[in-house]
Write a protein that binds this ligand. Structure first.
Ligand code: AMP
Ligand code: MG
Length: 352
């Protein structure tokens, strides 16, 4: 398949943007696939109400078909069309966080094909906080099913370059525009039980949700390295975000972490093996690895979130065999960063 790339500049005239989005919307309406930017990561969109489109999304990503897609909407009125009922908590959370990086799970209505929901009777819904994405969703008919626009198993793309690398020849169109200010996928909260439960941590934290709806649980299997139970979001059980080389997280006092990582990377260098480090600003200049990624200050973990997937992709581009990352504090967005790092590392974490 020929993949068209349409770039939209930040200062592009309105009429030209409208034309490009209308073209992208028509592709979705005709059963095709379009990658588009959001504030979290690039999405790989298809018509959420067309089972054939969902099948194509799974095929393009090489994604197991029991791993459901998130339906993206642009207008609150559209929610009622795809859910059996809108729980009061959903109304409150939407008022507080939509448009934004929050996905809510509710009972699905009959018009949502089970191909879109991976066979489940629930549906995941989100309204992205990205003007182009919202206009694109409207142009596409209002319901765009979209997982992240990466090949299954790879880090989610936060820049068009990596969408192109993964999806060229597999989808109809790539919209190349600014986005991914957050850099990690949305928080997923399940509203089908008595107490809302976070199935995937993200920028919207447990504390932020609690302020709006009271008690909120967290799917503990997400952080438990020895968990025998499966995570409740089907997608979270798959190996994910993984670089080609081996990634290890190192947790402890900053000085001890630095010493451990430098000892390891020095050893590998002696053997002619290329190494990488993801470290924080506070001690970045003291690392010895071949490729050193500055995740910004420990005090401002959002910078690390924004860059994490790009770092993992760059390590691949640079053929790095062994990578080490400083562990992050498991609070606020640090919790989402740790969740993604643990998955990328296959849960290899060393305490020093
Ligand atoms: P991605 O679009 O790549 O961020 O993946 C979507 C995530 O949402 C996956 O982890 C899915 O398992 C999860 N998800 C989507 N729909 C549901 C649902 N109905 N119930 C639980 N998890 C879901
Ligand atoms: Mg994904």
């Amino acid at each position: 398949m020929e993949t068209e790339i349409l770039s939209i500049a930040a200062d592009e005239p309105e009429e030209s943007v409208r034309q490009k989005l209308s073209r992208a919307g028509d592709i979705i309406k005709n059963g095709g696939l379009v990658a588009f930017p959001t504030e979290t990561v690039y999405g790989l969109g298809g018509d959420a109400l067309n089972s054939e489109s969902s099948r194509k999304i799974y095929a393009a990503k090489g994604r197991p078909s029991d791993n459901p897609l998130i339906i993206h909407i642009a207008d609150m009125e559209r929610l009622a069309g795809i859910v059996k009922e809108t729980p009061e908590n959903a109304r409150r959370l939407a008022a507080a966080f939509w448009p934004g990086p929050l996905t809510m799970i509710m009972k699905k209505s009959d018009i949502v094909p089970v191909q879109t929901t991976g066979g489940l009777d629930t549906v995941a819904v989100r309204m992205p906080n990205h003007l182009l994405a919202l206009e694109f969703i409207r142009a596409a008919g209002g319901y765009v099913a979209a997982p992240s626009a990466n090949l299954s198993g790879k880090p989610s793309p936060t820049i068009a370059k990596y969408v192109i690398q993964d999806m060229m020849g597999r989808i109809n169109l790539i919209l190349d525009a600014d986005g991914a200010q957050i850099g990690l996928e949305s928080t997923i909260v399940d509203l089908t039980g008595a107490v809302p439960m976070i199935l995937r941590p993200g920028y919207i934290t447990q504390e932020m949700l609690s302020r709006v709806v009271g008690e909120v649980d967290m799917d503990i299997t997400l952080f438990d390295c020895d968990a025998t139970a499966s995570p409740r979001a089907p997608g979270m059980k798959y190996r994910h975000y993984a670089p080609k080389g081996e990634l290890v997280l190192v947790e402890g006092e900053p000085e001890a972490v630095l010493r451990y990582i430098n000892t390891q990377t020095d050893l590998h260098r002696k053997n002619g093996i290329k190494t990488g480090v993801i470290g924080t600003q506070e001690q970045i200049s003291r690392y010895h690895a071949d490729s050193i990624k500055n995740a910004g200050s420990r005090e401002e973990p959002l910078a690390a979130a924004q860059q994490l997937y790009t770092f993992l992709r760059e390590f691949d581009d640079e053929n790095i065999a062994y990578m080490y990352a400083e562990a992050f504090e498991g609070t606020g967005i640090g919790q989402a960063i740790m969740n993604r790092l643990l998955k990328a590392a296959g849960h290899k974490i060393i305490q020093v």
